[in-house]
Design a protein around this ligand. Structure first.
Ligand SMILES: [Zn+2]
Length: 211
């Protein structure tokens, strides 16, 4: 109880006694569902993120990956939801991770003049140990699947990671499969994103399947 109060109410409220405020926090936090994944296809049709050289938007590739990952999880009987808000403020997406076993935000990077690589982002201060461990595995799996350099875990304080880590969701990561703006055509991007999506799905399934 002390730990719960410290985490959700702040250190000044740590009494070990379930008072009204503590109780309200507890009922606001549904118990972690067994092996359920919330998938966030990053960006939206209005704010599509980066683009391939022919204009293919990042959002389309993120959504393509989200659908493949969900279909693979369905086949593995792991419940998964795609949360793709239309006109919903993006800041609220992370909060919806409450009650899930994993929050998976799918993105494609834009070039930063470094050699291209795959990376998986976690929050710099809030990331739970499981987020960091899983991010490492995911980055390696995606990099291997598409023949990119594995940059590994990258720390980023982007809002979805901050808000999702604030929930009881134990694994919150943001996957950047590759640098989309370095790719010439939508067809090429689709091939890479599809390969990456299958690698993402199998890594998630391995993580959440009972040993
Ligand atoms: Zn993005």
């Amino acid at each position: 109880m002390e730990n719960f109060q410290r985490e959700h109410l702040g250190t000044s409220e740590v009494t070990g006694i379930v008072d009204e405020r503590t109780w309200n926090e507890i009922i606001d936090r549904p118990p972690v569902r067994r092996a359920a994944v919330l998938i966030d296809p990053g960006h939206s049709p209005i704010h599509p993120g980066t683009a391939a050289k022919d204009g293919t938007p990042e959002y389309d590739m993120n959504l393509l990956q989200a659908k493949i990952v969900k279909a693979e999880l369905d086949r593995a009987k792991i419940p998964a939801d795609i949360f793709d808000p239309v006109g919903d403020p993006r800041d609220s997406i992370g909060q919806k991770a409450a009650g899930y076993s994993m929050f998976l935000s799918l993105h494609h990077n834009a070039t930063d003049r470094k050699p291209h690589y795959t990376c998986v982002m976690v929050h710099p201060t809030k990331a739970k140990p499981q987020s960091i461990a899983f991010a490492k595995k995911l980055s390696t799996a995606v990099a291997n699947a598409i023949g990119q350099k594995d940059f590994g875990v990258m720390k980023n304080s982007v809002t979805v990671l901050s808000t999702s880590e604030n929930t009881n969701c134990p694994i919150c990561v943001l996957c950047e499969s590759y640098f989309l703006d370095a790719i010439a055509t939508g067809a090429e991007a689709e091939k890479l994103s599809t390969k990456a999506a299958y690698a993402i799905a199998s890594t998630v399934i391995a993580e959440l399947s009972p040993a």
